[in-house]
Design a protein around this ligand. Structure first.
Ligand SMILES: Nc1ncnc2c1ncn2[C@@H]1O[C@H](COP(=O)(O)OP(=O)(O)O)[C@@H](O)[C@H]1O
Ligand SMILES: [Mg+2]
Length: 385
């Protein structure tokens, strides 16, 4: 490790390659804050988030609304504009054996002082950071990384036809000439099961149904053959049958194209169907992460986080649906990210705290513990220390 003039860590390519092993993306200790003018405090939207993805794998990020899922994705894409924004961490990306830290140089733009997890001083030259970062990110966006969102109608340009938007995406992403790009665009629409693709090419997004528009958006995002697709609530807002069709389509494309997907949703059923690995987010942190079937056990004996257990218990079982029973919501409110408790952020809502750990939970934030193979959990319950 080399220390630069102002203490920023510089890592040699060799060191990066060892860290990356066979990963495509490795996010380490990412931290993204905003400033709340109303309360005069920082909104700690993403706080010390780490996860990794291998080529072709789907990593599902699940958690209640406001837990920091979208901000994590936007931070990876370099699309956080509001201040102070991304403050710390590394986003390592590897392709063809070459690794880069997409947040390299960030510490040169940020001065952050903390005492007991409380930020005491923070300043950031955001304008110059964004300029420098954009130089690195622009060639990647729409080529190596692409995104689909919850509301495809608002993310498609209403002034251009669906066809023109997909053609642009192919021309930029695959560096194709217009004629060739047009052929590929029609092909993509067919691949996402849009009938009469030549005719749909001429239409505008506002003329398509929500489900059809989401398919066109998926076609547009994949047409550039990205290595990483970020799907932020891709099925939210669509009705149940269409949701299921979109999940099937994503499953099929994931297998066929071997694209890595960062799937974000508050719908744990969607996560379960698509993800190989899952991260459960709460108050800007990943509370638990591991292989899907391990995380979705939802039991204390499987060393699942009390929050994960609560989320899974809130799902209606088959007979509950038949009987029309109400969902069992997790007691308590989604936390105020400008005013989080000192110890475990989930403490006020935790139904599993025991006298053995209670004091610790209240006063010390649990670090990331390894509790099984590829399985981590931020919970004092699963340590004997
Ligand atoms: N641009 C922004 N400015 C200020 N606060 C923001 C901004 N974007 C997100 N937040 C806040 O950050 C937290 C995490 O938001 P988000 O990542 O959108 O949650 P999720 O996607 O899990 O629902 C929330 O408290 C949200 O209000
Ligand atoms: Mg979101």
């Amino acid at each position: 490790m080399v220390l630069t003039r102002d203490g920023a860590r510089a890592t040699s390519n060799e060191q990066l390659a060892t860290t990356m092993m066979n990963a495509l993306l490795k996010v380490q200790n990412l931290r993204t804050y905003f400033f709340s003018k109303r309360s005069g405090r920082f909104i700690r939207a993403v706080d010390d988030v780490s996860f990794e993805m291998r080529p072709g794998e789907t990593f599902g990020l699940v958690g209640e609304s406001g837990s920091g899922k979208s901000v994590t994705a936007l931070s990876v894409m370099g699309l956080v504009r509001d201040e102070p924004g991304v403050l710390a961490g590394r986003v390592l990306y590897q392709e063809n054996g070459k690794s880069v830290n997409l947040l390299e140089g960030l510490p040169n733009y940020v001065k952050l002082e903390q005492r007991d997890a409380e930020v005491t001083r923070l300043s950031k030259d955001n304008t110059n950071w964004l300029k420098a970062h954009d130089v690195k990110m622009k060639p990647l966006r729409g080529r190596k990384f692409s995104m689909i969102f919850q509301n495809p109608k608002s993310s498609m340009n209403p002034y251009f036809t669906i066809g023109d938007q997909i053609i642009e995406s192919v021309m930029w992403g695959c560096r194709k000439k217009r004629e060739e790009a047009k052929k590929q665009a029609v092909d993509w629409l067919r691949r996402v099961y849009i009938d009469l693709p030549e005719r749909r090419m001429q239409e505008y997004s506002f003329n398509l149904s929500g489900g059809m528009c989401q398919r066109a958006m998926i076609a547009m995002a994949l047409a550039c053959r990205p290595k990483l697709l970020i799907a932020d609530e891709p099925t939210t807002g669509l009705d149940a049958t269409i949701q299921s069709v979109i999940v099937d389509l994503l499953l099929e494309l994931k297998r066929e194209l071997k694209v890595a997907i960062l799937l974000i949703t508050h719908n744990i059923e969607v996560i379960g169907r698509l993800s190989d690995y899952i991260g459960v987010m709460y108050a800007g942190r990943i509370m638990e992460s591991g292989p899907s079937d391990t995380v979705l056990k939802g039991r204390r004996t499987a060393r699942n986080h009390p929050y994960t257990i609560g989320l899974l218990q809130s799902l209606p079982g088959e007979d509950q649906v038949k009987r029309g029973a109400r969902l069992k919501a997790i007691a308590g409110d989604v936390p105020d990210v400008t005013d989080l408790p000192v110890g475990c952020k989930f403490y006020p809502r935790c139904a599993l705290k025991t006298p053995r750990v209670d004091k610790k939970c209240k006063t010390q934030e649990p670090p990331v513990f390894k509790v099984g193979k590829g399985h981590t959990c931020r919970c004092w319950l699963y340590t004997t220390k």
